[in-house]
Design a protein around this ligand. Sequence first.
Ligand code: PHE
Length: 409
Amino acid sequence: TAASNVQLNGRLYAADSVTNVPAAILEKAQRRLYKIPNHPIGILSHRIASHFAHFANIDAPDPVVSVAKNFDELGFEPDHPGRRVTDSYYLNKDTLLRTHTSAHEIETFRNPAVRDAWLLTADVYRRDEIDRSHYPVFHQMEGARLFDASADLRALEDRIEHDEHALRLANVRIHDESRVGEVNPFQHGHDPALGRLVVRDLKLALNGLMLDLFASDDGKPLEVRWIDSTFPFTSPSFEVEVLWNDEWLEVLGSGMIMQRTLDTAGVPDKVGWAFGLGLERIAMVLFSIPDIRLFWSTDSRFLAQFSPGKFSPFKPYSRYPECKRDTSFWHPPMFHENDFCDIVRDVAGDLAEDVQLVDQFVHPKTQRSSATYRINYRSMDKSLTNEEVNEMHAQVIERATRQLGVEVR
Ligand code: PHE
């Protein structure tokens, strides 16, 4: 399809052959849910900021960033899957909607007023499947803390030791399954003695946050698990999970900041830790929100339920009937499900609750591939009529045929 220029927040981006941001996504880039004081995302972001009382709280920059900022400067390999046009929203080949808040690490470490301890909440964008817990726009909070590489280790250890005391008295069980070593190493050039203290401080800070967010008053201890992970911009790297309703909930990624990041930011004599957490996933459990689309609801029955500073459970209002439509088509070999989902979202917006692949086969003679998708249309705010649904569904099929080269069977 012919690309047209893309306008966002008063700036114009010249489209090219990779441009793939649908209008429905551009609209979301204006909403700033994290700024709304009685919105669950705003309440949670504010609560985390209050927990880290001495950290600078930075306003989200524009979501349009360069490929260099989002990927290259953070050490993402050229063939990293996150870079694919099927996984990210490109305005053109040099610019995209940030896929994570880490895209702002370097510029923030450059700023002497905030660099040593900061938080940044922002909307982030990833092309994804459609279901109740995935939405192409969500929110992350990034946090970081720096130390002088020449810090007095003894004084640092004393401070950490002192701060760990409160955690030792709290009702929490920490399962540290991470093993810093060969697969999850300290960086060359880092003094391991300093590295161990930085990691210890990271664990202290985040265990404290988990306790603040998730501790219950039913007497059961909070269970927090640390496991090894990998990110191109941290080493060693960790993930944190919390046991919630008998399941481990993945809460955040973290690690010791790659020295390359700090060198680029002009602070080669510092070391530090960083973390990034997804706000929706945490808000869904803390506020008992069953469907991620609800965060985008403008219905007062949603927003009127929440108030600043409180993790009150959401009381669902009546669910309207679902309307399922199946569609089967032959598709070209390069077909990607995320392209189909984007069309569904662009046509149906938040009326698309779920898109499921229900059947798939390759014709034995012609070798053509076929797929059957079941789209569930449902509004959060009203009953949809059959005509409305048929019209949306016809549009989905028309656009898939025209833009993706599929052929309805
Ligand atoms: N940016 C990472 C993500 O989106 C999270 C992260 C942030 C990991 C900071 C390590 C340090 O998954």
